[in-house]
Design a protein around this ligand. Structure first.
Ligand code: GDP
Length: 296
């Protein structure tokens, strides 16, 4: 993953040196963990998250069991791998499906995070699984957003419900009704974003949520947003209550520490990862696979 390239390189270097030592002392492990800590902070992983992570690894790694084992370095690396997997959520979390269709998915997040693009990607993904999605254009403030969703819908071969620049709560409600009456089983509602979290944005999202009772409120987070991603995730979760996260732009060229922080600060799983601008650049998020990729 491009956003983890530098972090990967640094961790691999720490582990290479650790393997070269043979027998390890507690001081060796502490030195290595100090370097892991520095690498995580440099990758823009949240400070509190790093602190807890290192404490958990240290607790497991400095005991006699590890140090006196035949392959101490291997054991330490395995513990880092397991804790990194746990940090990103442990197990893959699937999308919820409504017992009685339509399943309603509400996409929320800041402007530019990739909401509209990922509405389209999600529709393509679900269609490949045999579902019949409907895209609903409830981002009425950004003039181009409705058009953007229509273009994506056409490319994806997925219907788009829109009512122009009307009240987004009414649009969301009518969209769900439209899906129900036309036999479409999944509604993906694209909502408006702002440059910053503000009261008006949250109030509107709360009203949409109350109106359509979504089965999934998914927060779309730009992996390159750095510490801001953590603040945004905390704020959206506090005000709205989210069910999961779509982490976007993992193909980007900046530090992607947000990916390792958002799960820990919200307690909500990362369900998908966006890896490009194209409609098929979406992967279900698997913590253990991501940890393997990062650790190389
Ligand atoms: P919205 O304002 O949240 O709806 O964001 P958009 O969906 O319009 O996306 C903002 C920009 O990010 C667009 O230029 C997208 O092409 C781009 N983008 C979205 N997702 C990804 C991704 O996973 N990788 C990359 N490289 N670009 C993305």
């Amino acid at each position: 993953m491009a956003v983890f390239e530098s972090l990967s390189g640094r961790l691999q270097e720490v582990f290479r040196r650790l393997r070269g030592k043979g027998k390890l002392t507690e001081a060796d492990v502490n030195d290595a963990l100090r370097e892991v800590r520095t690498a995580l902070l440099a990758a823009d992983v949240n400070f509190r998250v790093v602190k807890d992570f290192i404490a958990r690894v240290r607790e497991r790694a400095v005991g006699a069991e590890v140090l006196e084992s035949l392959t101490p370095a291997q054991q330490v690396i395995k513990i880092v791998y397991e804790e990194l997997t746990a940090l990103m959520g442990g197990e893959h979390a699937k999308l919820s499906v409504a017992p009685k269709p339509p399943t309603v998915i509400l996409l929320v997040g800041l402007q530019g995070s990739g909401k509209t693009t990922h509405a389209g990607k999600l529709a393509v993904h679900l269609r490949k699984q045999g579902r019949r999605p409907l895209l609903v254009a409830a981002d009425v403030y950004r003039p181009a957003a409705v058009r953007q969703l229509q273009v994506l819908g056409e490319k994806a071969g997925v219907p788009v419900f829109q009512m122009g620049q009307q009240d987004p709560v009414a649009i969301a409600r009518a969209g769900v009704e439209h899906a129900r009456s036309t036999g479409l089983d999944t509604v993906i509602v694209d909502t408006a974003g702002r440059l910053h979290v503000d009261d008006e944005l949250m109030g509107e999202l709360e009203r949409i949520k109350a109106a359509v009772s979504p089965h999934e409120v998914l927060l779309v987070v730009d992996a390159m947003a750095g510490q801001d991603a953590v603040n945004v995730a905390e704020e959206f979760h506090r005000r709205l209550g989210i069910d999961g996260i779509i982490l976007t732009k993992l193909d980007g060229d900046q530090r992607g520490g947000a990916a390792l922080s958002v799960r820990a600060v919200t307690g909500r799983p990362i369900k998908f990862a966006g890896t490009g601008e194209k409609l098929d650049a979406l992967e279900p998020f698997h913590p253990e696979r991501m940890a393997s990729r990062i650790l190389g």
